[in-house]
Design a protein around this ligand. Sequence first.
Ligand SMILES: Nc1ncnc2c1ncn2[C@@H]1O[C@H](COP(=O)(O)OP(=O)(O)O)[C@@H](O)[C@H]1O
Ligand SMILES: [Mg+2]
Length: 242
Amino acid sequence: MLPEPARDSLLRWLVASQIDSPRRGSAAARDSAHRALEIGEARERTRVARELHDSLGGDLAAAIALFKYYFENPTRSRAAGEVVLRNIHEILELSMKNLRAMLRSMRSHEIGARGLVGDLMDIAEAYRRNHGMDVALDAIGSEEELTQAQQEVVFQVVREALSNVRRHSGSLTCLVKLNFAGQPFVVEVTDRGVGVTDRSPDGYGLVGMRERAAGIGGRLQVVSAPGRGTTIFLFGPQQPLS
Ligand SMILES: Nc1ncnc2c1ncn2[C@@H]1O[C@H](COP(=O)(O)OP(=O)(O)O)[C@@H](O)[C@H]1O
Ligand SMILES: [Mg+2]
């Protein structure tokens, strides 16, 4: 299940691309974009169900078990009872924090007043401030070349790629290149860290990036060599020859 605004803009784009079909691409490309959207939604539902089960479900079960113990042992000392209540409080507080983080990660991104590049500059600044990671941004051409749906996908892909650089690459520097003037547009996120190994299968981040790219008729490519870093490429939709 995609969050409503992201779903709406993707569907708007799909409808627009049908009206505009000679310029925007073939019926087959539209069908595959639609299929990618449906597969993406099904996967997202599974992910949300699993996360709710694993985190919220587990926490609530633990809290209920502790309450049960509390009520079934009326002879315990007041101090012992207080320890149990404190544990329950801690579990619920942490659970609330996890739920908030999960909801934040599901929210789609609406490009703000500062535009796509402005929003990415804010993210770069936050990485510098919060993680000591230096994210350089290099933009060619104007983001206005891209539709709103394409801009949102660029934002989501760069955000996930940066999170992967921080969590997995071991590198404290990273370069984001945005070539809006290219046909198709190309976005690259490069680090010089440990690289993606054969033993690192796609998690939900890479799967989600691929699905988002497919949803706008584009594609994602990962180029990596062990010990030499990783580049994530996002290619926009191919423009048919006129
Ligand atoms: N920039 C990177 N550098 C090194 N390894 C990476 C990088 N990006 C992704 N990986 C590897 O690919 C795996 C899958 O990434 P992802 O699909 O985003 O899932 P997650 O981040 O939840 O593990 C990661 O667990 C990691 O092993
Ligand atoms: Mg990830």
